[in-house]
Design a protein around this ligand. Structure first.
Ligand SMILES: Nc1nc2c(ncn2[C@@H]2O[C@H](COP(=O)(O)OP(=O)(O)OP(=O)(O)O)[C@@H](O)[C@H]2O)c(=O)[nH]1
Length: 332
């Protein structure tokens, strides 16, 4: 599947991929149109881009394909198939063009093969184009992390997995950069953006392959830790918090320190997803209130019975005062 091959690509890559595919495909449409017109009007075609044995390497699409196939990432599955379809299309075009140029009848089987291969080629490339556009929409351009819309589907998958298996646990964490407004005010919005992508990279490098971190809002990030218990998630998140606090952003000789406040909880099987996210959010605000740059965990067991988003919104703060667990760095 294309999905598996391209999982290491990000927003900009998919944007570039979609643009390149569109341009090269447009050139190929023009090539097809020229051949079709020549076949109908019975005008010979002598240009090498139609009849050369290696024409598939020199057309706009072929040049683009050669370029991307030089990258190991693309040397697989769908791309190799497209390369094969593309060459076959040029070969079958050459067969009918030769018949035309030699003033022979166009063989109906050859013509039908040419038309079939044209369709297969365009279908395959369009699929890749749609996939690139779809993926482009899944990422936040500033941080190159998943955006809120795409992470919502990861949450929904984890939630349905929990409904199917009683012993399956998944934890989530909300992180919010501390005093981010000051960074924007002091250094400007562009530096704020740099700090966002710096933070995103540290978060992304710190998680396991099957964990997820996404940009959930302005300076808010949502983590998903599949198959993890709360206590472990609390330690993992606090390790990430420490890593961030120890990794200032270097900018034109300055070192900009960055910290964040974290709220951790389980994805609860007894309330809706919104309720669990809200609980992580409230834990994160508790971390802010506790002085920032710290991690608060809250156990969904301690709020049993508070199953709806509205209940949680109204009553959880008080429950949390009794049950949440704060992991704070030592302060002088
Ligand atoms: N540079 C930049 N700033 C953003 C972006 N999205 C949101 N912000 C800013 O993030 C800031 C968030 O400020 P606040 O909500 O007051 O929070 P804070 O200053 O981080 O303070 P605490 O969260 O209480 O520690 C606002 O100034 C927003 O304009 C973005 O994409 N880029």
């Amino acid at each position: 599947m294309i999905e598996n091959q391209l999982e290491s690509l990000h927003h900009d890559d998919f944007e570039q991929l979609a643009t390149d595919i569109k341009q090269s495909l447009e050139a190929h449409r023009y090539w097809m149109q020229t051949i079709t017109t020549a076949l109908v009007t019975r005008q010979p075609i002598v240009e090498s881009q139609f009849i050369a044995v290696d024409a598939h390497l020199h057309c706009c699409f072929g040049r683009w394909l050669t370029k991307i196939l030089a990258d190991e990432l693309f040397q697989q599955g769908s791309f190799l198939k497209i390369e094969q379809y593309h060459k076959q299309l040029h070969d079958s075009a050459r067969t009918v063009i030769n018949q035309l140029n030699q003033h022979r009848e166009i063989n109906i089987d050859d013509f039908e093969r040419f038309m079939r291969q044209q369709k297969e080629f365009f279908d395959m490339v369009m699929m890749l184009f749609e996939f690139s556009v779809f993926n482009k929409q899944q990422f936040d351009p500033t941080t190159r992390l998943m955006n809120r819309r795409s992470v919502d589907s990861v949450l929904a998958n984890e939630f349905s997995r929990m409904q199917r298996a009683d012993d399956y646990h998944c934890c989530i964490a909300m992180a919010d950069i501390d005093h981010f407004k000051e960074v924007n005010d002091l250094w400007g919005h562009d530096v704020g953006d740099l700090l966002l992508s710096h933070t995103a990279k540290i978060f992304n490098d710190a998680i396991r392959r099957h964990d997820t971190v996404s940009r959930y809002g302005g300076e808010e990030f949502l983590f998903i830790f599949p198959d993890m218990q709360l206590q472990q998630a609390g330690s993992v998140v606090d390790r990430i918090r420490t890593k961030l606090a120890e990794s200032p952003l270097s900018h034109h000789g300055n070192r900009l320190g960055v910290t964040a406040s974290f709220g951790v909880t389980q994805l609860c099987r007894h309330c809706d997803i919104k309720g669990s996210v809200k609980r992580a959010d409230i834990a994160m605000y508790a971390a802010k209130e506790s002085g920032r740059n710290c991690t608060v965990t809250i156990d969904s067991q301690s709020v049993n019975g508070q199953t709806s988003y509205e209940h949680l919104n109204n009553e959880i703060t008080e429950l949390m005062r009794q049950h949440c667990h704060l992991v704070a760095p030592e302060r002088n």
